[in-house]
Design a protein. Structure first.
Length: 272
């Protein structure tokens, strides 16, 4: 495990990262040839990945807007936030209430550089450089302490990130969720989703491919039952755990995930 001080701050343009690949799929410019080449290879086996990335981003935006507008949430802790793009969490939340606070967490040094440049003018939003599994370091970070009041409900976001970490009793997804939940006030919310496939060949190929491409910075594509287990003890908001393009869509004509070789699966749970 890494603490904030031990994480590398060097950007290696030759090794793809999930954050930069996601940026490429969303049409961003903060990625390198290695990231684009990895996306090209991935598309040969799972061609719906670009649509999946776009739908996932829209899901995140709908969740943040819903939690701010309908559930009164005013503070967000976004794990593995990725590179800044359009309609980021703080922009969506602050469009409802300009006083909303957001802490972004990512271990990719490029996210830190771009995020801090973007947020220099915003006292209510910050980016911290940390591994999402370092719950103690994240929660005790001076910037987190400055912006988040853990005596009040918080929305903790694990959006499309758990497939980036391996199973582990101490640092796997379920251990991280347990650690985080223990620190939250009742009435807090957790957004959790990840890439899943019920096709064993797809799971094996993508897991092996991404593990090699990112030099071991990957976990695995899981199944829907694995994601469902993360919500044990939480009150799941309607419409339940679903393929994310179907979570409270903005309209009947909203884009859906058309192919099912792998999907982004999850939802939002409330801490009772």
């Amino acid at each position: 495990m890494h603490s904030e001080k031990q994480l590398s701050t060097k950007i290696d343009a030759n090794v793809p990262t999930a954050a930069r690949m996601y940026d490429h799929y969303l049409g961003g410019k903060d990625n390198y040839a290695a990231d684009r080449a990895a996306c090209e290879q991935l598309d040969k086996v799972v061609p719906s990945t670009r649509r999946l990335a776009v739908n996932n981003r829209r899901f995140l935006q709908r969740v943040v807007r819903t939690l701010t507008q309908e559930y009164g949430i005013r503070q967000f802790l976004d794990h593995g936030s990725g590179l800044p793009t359009q309609d980021n969490v703080h922009q969506v939340a602050q469009s409802v209430d300009p006083a909303a606070h957001v802490v972004y967490v990512d271990n990719d040094p490029m996210v830190l550089v771009h995020g801090r440049a973007l947020l220099e003018q915003d006292e209510r939003t910050t980016v911290i450089h940390a591994d999402m599994r370092e719950t103690d370091a994240i929660f005790s970070h001076p910037e987190t302490q400055r912006l988040i009041d853990f005596d009040q409900p918080v929305a903790v976001l694990f959006n499309s990130v758990f497939h980036c970490i391996p199973d582990s009793e101490t640092d796997g997804p379920s251990a991280v969720v347990k650690r985080v939940s223990e620190r939250l006030a009742p009435g807090s919310y957790l957004l959790m989703c990840q890439l899943v496939s019920e096709d064993a060949e797809v799971r094996e190929f993508v897991t092996n491919f991404m593990d090699q491409a990112t030099h071991g910075h990957w976990g695995r594509v899981r199944q829907e039952k694995d994601v469902a287990a993360l919500f044990d003890g939480l009150e799941i908001l309607e419409p339940g755990l679903v393929e994310v393009s179907t979570w409270r869509p903005d309209s009947e004509v909203a884009p859906r995930q058309l192919t099912q070789e792998w999907i982004e699966f999850g939802g939002v749970g409330r801490l009772p």
